[in-house]
Ligand binder design. Structure first.
Ligand code: F3S
Length: 405
């Protein structure tokens, strides 16, 4: 790699040992991907969720004197006050880790947004902007829907970018790697947000490669929430960091433009039967449930409004958790949705993720409902048994206390 004199100084420790460590990680990554140089970034998002490994790395950088030059937004951690009040206290170790994590990111210069949908609010890149975003739904969204440029960063590589202000130039930062290679002919009907999440999970089950797919046969643009869920599932079931939708996403005005001269390397067809297979895979068992977990990724204010309309004047039969950003919580209060949901017995909580060890132990091994395949997929490790339903059906299940096929 050719490094500028400033970058060589960073690597040599002239800007401190923390910067040197971050630069070492990035130069190593760049060499592994045959990057020729580093390029500046203007935004970062660090998908750290109070996990032990992330805390270790941010603490190490801090101890070595590093500070962010591009302040990253951060993933959710846990609202220790509200959730503990309702589910009982965390272990000391759990509470200490959440607090240490928030404290470490604050001290290194992150902006503690504590939300997994930075691409919708507070950290929204423009077309062509070079950024370093980690988080499954965020990376495909910024590349595909916004036309910004990010590789599929980890929480650690995104933090290194925040500290050095640059990234190695490879992968999706380069024009030639943003062109399509896989033609995906969608014959299935894609009508609502849930269909987008099914499509996102279904595609990698038919083709595992990380090449950029070009989806055709879709006439109606997804809502922002539909795009968020589509990207989250593409990156849960597979490793897709960028896609095109012909006639819809900005770098794909036509199928030809999306391929940009590339030959079609693979062809995939997605039918209603493929979507039904994913629906069935996550349908869970019919019968009583003990809780509902909604908002993985975080629900938007429109979705919170939908939930409020469904529960208005009723009582939820089971614990119902709605995970949102702090801005959405504030908006929910202003719009009156918060009061409606709370009167129905539901909880709207900011800053929190469904994958925080120690946070949701009360539900381990128990049946619940969610609107998110991602939530169901990752929580299997904790023995949480989720039935996945479209948002409105999940809320109906929470009102009834049971899921039906
Ligand atoms: Fe967000 Fe945590 Fe799900 S970060 S997408 S709530 S796993």
């Amino acid at each position: 790699m050719e490094l500028t004199s400033l970058e060589l100084d960073m690597l040599a420790g002239k800007h401190g040992e923390g910067v040197a460590l971050a630069m070492k990680v990035q130069v190593g990554t760049g060499k592994a991907f045959y990057a020729k140089r580093m390029v500046p970034i203007t935004r970062t998002h660090v998908a750290a969720s109070a996990q032990e490994g992330d805390l270790y790395f941010v603490t190490k950088l801090l101890d070595l004197g590093a500070r962010c030059v591009v302040s990253p937004t951060t993933n959710p951690s846990m609202d220790t006050g509200y959730v503990e009040e309702h589910l009982g206290p965390l272990t000391d170790e759990g509470r200490d880790r959440v607090q240490a994590s928030n404290d470490a990111y604050r001290r290194i210069g992150a902006t503690l947004t504590l939300s997994c949908t930075p691409e919708l609010e507070k950290n929204v890149p423009a077309f062509g902007e070079v950024v370093a975003f980690s988080e499954s739904s965020a990376t495909p969204y910024v590349n595909s829907v916004l036309g910004a440029r990010s590789n599929r960063e980890s929480s650690i590589s995104a933090l290194c970018a925040a500290v050095t202000g640059r990234v190695p130039e490879y992968g999706l930062l380069l024009d030639e790697n943003r062109k399509g290679e896989v033609l995906v002919e969608v014959e299935a009907k894609i009508e609502d947000d849930f269909d987008w999440s099914l499509l996102g999970y279904a595609y990698p089950q038919k083709y595992k490669g990380a090449e950029v797919p070009v989806f055709t046969g879709i006439e109606k643009r997804a809502t922002p929430e539909g795009f968020v869920q589509f990207g989250a599932e593409l990156a849960t079931s597979g490793a897709v960091a960028m896609y095109h939708i012909a006639g819809i996403t900005p770098e794909a005005p036509t199928v030809e433009a999306a391929f940009g001269g590339n030959a079609v390397k693979h062809r995939v067809t997605i039918t209603d039967a493929d979507l039904d297979r994913v629906r069935e895979q996550f349908s869970g068992e019919s019968g009583p449930i003990e809780y509902a977990m909604l908002g993985c990724p975080h629900l938007t204010i429109r979705q919170v409004g939908e939930v409020a309309a469904l529960v208005d004047g009723k009582q939820l039969a089971v614990d119902t958790w709605i995970l949102v950003s702090s801005l959405t919580l504030e908006l929910a209060e202003r719009m009156g949705f918060l009061g409606v949901i709370q009167r129905a017995g539901g909880h709207v909580v900011a800053d929190t993720c469904m994958d925080i060890p120690g946070c949701w132990d009360a539900y381990y091994g128990r049946p619940g409902v969610t609107e998110s395949q991602k939530c169901a997929f990752y929580c299997q490790v904790y023995g949480q048994r989720y039935a996945v339903r479209p948002l409105a059906q999940a809320v109906q299940a929470a009102l009834a206390g049971e899921v039906v096929k």
